[in-house]
Design a binder for this molecule. Structure first.
Ligand SMILES: Nc1ncnc2c1ncn2[C@@H]1O[C@H](COP(=O)(O)OP(=O)(O)OP(=O)(O)O)[C@@H](O)[C@H]1O
Length: 301
């Protein structure tokens, strides 16, 4: 038993810097520590350039960290590759192949684990002609083929980089349902980056928010929501001692999103924020201190 058992994805002090030794670029990821328990559906959010794709590529074993270690399914990412499904942001496929030939290639590359029925059903549900060439498909149709390949592999960890970005609303709804049923049926861990937070609400039970290459929020969604409060009350109310993520005063009214660290002034009204509101507050306030474990502050209440 190691401290990494029970986790699908672990990052220990991971940093990634692009560029060569002579001209090193900026850090795309820095001091990244995270522990994602097995079986979770994790939303990976953050502004453009935050490091989401970089983290997913490291977990997929397509790139190596400059410092620190990434552990996937208890081993190094390259060794875990057959047990991991990865759909990159640009959904790379062979343009000259037909849809049917693409699925056959998936089956040939994954002889042990291939679930042909799942692949064929996902493609058929999108009304795709198996004889159509990939180059003739729309962006959303290509995404469907890429998701069919990744899901048919029956991965233990599924890494999806903005999988829903170019799907129409019905396709999003349907494929999100397919992902959720895969997670429920096989205990698949899913990490899914997205800019549409509302779409992740209700599906994701874990949240990872990156900002400027660092982890700002990480934990079970319910714990993170419980650790925060939306408060409103008289403008002069002092919030000293509490962690203020965002605060606004309009006339004589104060409204704020905080992580309380003890009892609050009696004249404040409080409510639990929605996930989208929580994420937007952190995105609007890049300097607000994050938390990677909701427990210590809750314990202080
Ligand atoms: N191959 C590369 N070479 C040089 N810099 C890179 C490379 N890939 C990413 N970066 C840089 O690393 C940082 C993180 O990029 P990354 O693509 O991981 O962000 P992201 O959170 O996925 O962004 P987005 O939401 O726009 O997709 C950015 O500053 C980016 O310019």
């Amino acid at each position: 038993m190691t401290d990494k058992d029970g986790f699908a994805l672990v990052a220990d002090a991971v940093g990634k810097r692009f560029g060569g030794l002579r001209r090193p670029g900026r850090w795309a990821l820095r001091d990244c520590d995270l522990r994602l328990p097995t079986g979770r559906v994790c939303a990976l959010v953050g502004p453009n350039g935050a490091g989401k794709s970089t983290l997913l590529a490291l977990a997929a074993g397509l790139s190596v960290p400059t410092e620190g270690t990434v552990t996937v399914l208890g081993t190094d990412p390259a060794s875990a590759r057959t047990r991991v499904g990865y759909v990159a942001q640009d959904k790379p496929l062979y343009p000259q192949l037909t849809v049917a030939a693409t699925l056959r290639l998936g089956a040939d590359l994954n002889p042990e684990r291939w679930d042909a029925r799942t692949a064929e059903r996902i493609v058929a549900d999108g009304g795709l002609d198996p004889k159509a060439r990939v180059r003739a498909l729309s962006g959303g149709q290509r995404t469907r083929v890429a998701l069919a390949l990744a899901l048919a592999k029956r991965p233990e960890l599924l890494l999806l980089d903005e999988p829903m970005a170019d799907l129409d609303p019905l396709a999003r709804h349907e494929l999100m349902g397919v992902l959720m049923s895969q997670a429920a049926q096989f205990g698949t861990t899913i990490v899914m980056s997205s800019h549409v937070v509302a779409e992740l609400e209700g599906s994701c039970d874990h949240l990872l928010l990156l900002g400027g290459g660092r982890v700002r929020l990480a934990g079970e969604t319910d714990d993170l929501l419980e650790a925060h409060l939306r408060v409103s009350g008289p403008a002069r109310t002092a919030l000293d001692g509490h962690t203020v993520v965002e605060s606004r005063t309009t006339g004589r009214q104060l409204s704020a999103l905080i992580r309380p660290t003890g009892p609050l002034p009696a004249d404040l009204r409080t409510s639990t924020p929605a996930l989208e509101e929580l994420v937007l507050s952190y995105l609007r306030n890049p300097e607000a201190p994050g938390t990677t474990s909701a427990e210590p502050e809750k314990a202080a209440l």
